[in-house]
Design a protein around this ligand. Structure first.
Ligand code: URA
Ligand code: SF4
Ligand code: URA
Length: 207
């Protein structure tokens, strides 16, 4: 299946208990050949209504963060760990992530990003198979190891968290986010263009 076929198939998924209350499956969007992929937690109200990732307030801040280093949404690919909105924006539950993450993993496999940004606790803990909180993992380069070749990964704060902590003090969350996105830019600039490789799911890490 290519990315478009995967999108079509995912759009009618009813594999977990989030299906009955959603309006739209939010598959993800952007450049299917992106060098950078961003992973959020799950759709909120505006995303559920429109079927598009990060289009609410947090999404607008994310656009600004990308714009700070000269990127637009068309340059990157944006997706979430779960594709349907958890009621009242609660965190997705373990069984929901377990039912849904094969979609995301296949997106990553097909897009073959050279760098992944995880936004906040839920995607970071999923991607790194860790229980460490985002304040410990943020800003530390790590590797995404669920596919046959490792992908550089930087955990960053979730933009919704930045909206709640908007003051731009040196050393504060917003300041740290600007350092992080500049580090991602520098990392990609230092890398050669995308190699022509095929990634496979690393079966040993799927548990
Ligand atoms: N928050 C997320 O984690 N994902 C979205 O798509 C929107 C808000
Ligand atoms: Fe399917 Fe994922 Fe939606 Fe659950 S959240 S119904 S697994 S697409
Ligand atoms: N707390 C969160 O829930 N998310 C963040 O990104 C940072 C702190």
């Amino acid at each position: 299946m290519n990315l478009e076929q995967l999108h079509q198939t995912c759009s009618t998924c009813t594999a977990c208990k989030l299906a009955p209350t959603r309006q739209n499956v939010v598959f993800g969007e952007g450049n299917p050949n992106a060098r950078l992929m961003l992973i959020g937690e799950g759709p909120g109200q505006e995303e559920d209504r429109t079927g598009r990732p990060f289009v609410g307030q947090a999404g607008q801040l994310l656009d600004q963060i990308l714009a700070a280093v000269g990127w637009s949404r068309a340059d990157v690919y944006i997706a979430n760990v779960v594709k349907c909105r958890p009621p009242n924006n609660r965190n997705p539950e373990t069984d929901e992530v377990a039912a849904c993450d094969h979609w995301l993993l296949e997106q990553i496999r097909l897009i073959r990003p050279q760098v992944i940004i995880t936004l906040g606790n839920v995607p970071t803990q999923w991607a790194l198979s860790t229980t460490l909180g985002i304040t410990k993992t943020r800003g530390q380069w790590a590797e995404f190891k669920k596919l046959s070749a490792p992908i550089a990964l930087l955990p960053m704060f979730h933009p919704a968290y930045l909206l709640r902590n908007a003051i731009r003090t040196v050393g504060g969350p917003k300041w740290l986010t600007w350092q992080d996105i500049k580090a991602v830019k520098a990392k990609l600039e230092a890398m050669p263009e995308k190699p022509d490789q095929t990634l496979e799911v690393e079966q040993t890490t799927l548990f």
